[in-house]
Design a protein around this ligand. Structure first.
Ligand code: GDP
Ligand code: MG
Length: 322
């Protein structure tokens, strides 16, 4: 969903006017911060289900993902973004645009940083960007990975991060261990404006299932591969259908940029592809709540990351903002 679509959802007004508490709140929450600080882990902790791909390698999240959290007292629309970083390829341009374009639409911004390391230039740049936004936006500093530092060092880091900007709230959390995650959510909700539910309560995301399926497969491929290969791949779900016995058949193509990468993704005796398929299937069965037959095929699309047409085909469309 891009910024203009988000606005059209808001313009259409409430879709569901069931009996809600008088002070029901709703709005958009942007998760910002450098790659790898734990934004997707935090989103998953809040959503209680595996929605956003998580990986120890930076830049796992390539596109915006709207996670819809519906509670009795609030409906929160989370935007998990790829984070802001210096672009090197057209895909990089797209990612930075996606991260920056959500900011003006957000009611609350959760700026996630990694307490295990000192503030870096990337953190300072994001903090500077937040300063430019309307004063109506609530800025929350979430110092994540607090499980990795303690004592005096934690206090020093904390002070260094808090000095980056003018935040309405700041707190230490561990998205991985679930510490401080509920408290942070409570702060987010109290900062949202009063408003109705915009989506049915059972809807978790605005993304097509296919997109999430492709992202889950890509996560496992990235986890198993090394060096330049993880960043050279894209997954496209070609076919997804339920068989009469209830199993969901999924045909997905893994695209890489070079023949040599194709060999690596397949592995000796197809061992790598089998491993990726095995791990991805476990997640897919959980997400789809069904038995899954996963058919993975590896294809080469030369230099797709630098090819705008290929990027469009893979769904990474650049949306220039006015
Ligand atoms: P994103 O790029 O900001 O979305 O980061 P991810 O959510 O993909 O997380 C990047 C890595 O940091 C993964 O290996 C996570 O397991 C790890 N991580 C996330 N949150 C925490 C945390 O609170 N503590 C620790 N120790 N690791 C974390
Ligand atoms: Mg992420």
């Amino acid at each position: 969903m891009d910024a203009s679509e988000l606005e059209s959802v808001l313009d259409e007004g409430p879709l569901f006017d069931e009996e809600l508490p008088e002070d029901h709140r709703s709005g958009f929450v942007a998760l910002e911060g450098k790659p790898n600080v734990g934004k997707s882990t935090l989103l998953n902790a809040w959503m209680g289900t595996k929605l956003a791909p998580v990986s120890p390698k930076p830049q796992t999240t390539r596109d915006q993902l709207l996670g819809i959290l519906t509670r009795e007292d609030a409906q929160i629309l989370f935007m998990d973004t790829p984070g802001i970083h210096r672009p090197r390829t057209k895909l990089g341009d797209f990612m930075v645009e996606a991260a920056e374009s959500v900011l003006p639409n957000a009611d609350v911004i959760v700026f996630v940083v990694d307490l295990a390391v000192p503030p870096s230039r990337g953190d300072r740049e994001t903090a500077a960007l937040l300063e430019e936004l309307s004063p109506d936006v609530t800025r929350i500093l979430a110092m994540n990975k607090a499980d990795r530092v303690s004592g005096e060092e934690r206090e020093r880091r904390r002070a260094a991060y808090e000095a980056l900007g003018d935040f309405d709230h700041s707190l230490c959390i561990s998205a991985l261990l679930g510490e401080g995650v509920d408290e942070l959510l409570q702060i987010v909700i109290s900062a949202l404006p009063r408003g109705p539910r915009y989506y049915p309560e059972d809807q978790l995301t605005d993304r097509q299932e296919r997109f999430i399926v492709a992202e889950l497969i890509r996560e496992h491929a990235m986890r198993h591969l090394r060096e330049e290969v993880p960043h050279a791949l894209v997954v496209v779900v070609q076919e997804m259908k339920e068989r009469p016995n209830g199993t969901i058949y999924i045909l997905a193509h893994i695209y890489v940029e070079k023949e040599s990468q194709k060999g690596i993704v397949i592995g000796r005796g197809a061992s790598m592809l089998k491993q990726i398929g095995h791990d991805a299937r476990i997640d897919l069965q959980r997400f789809l709540d069904s038995k899954v037959y996963l058919d993975l095929q590896v294809r080469v699309r030369k230099n797709w990351r630098r090819n705008e047409k290929a990027l469009r085909q893979f769904g990474y469309t650049l949306q220039r903002q006015a």
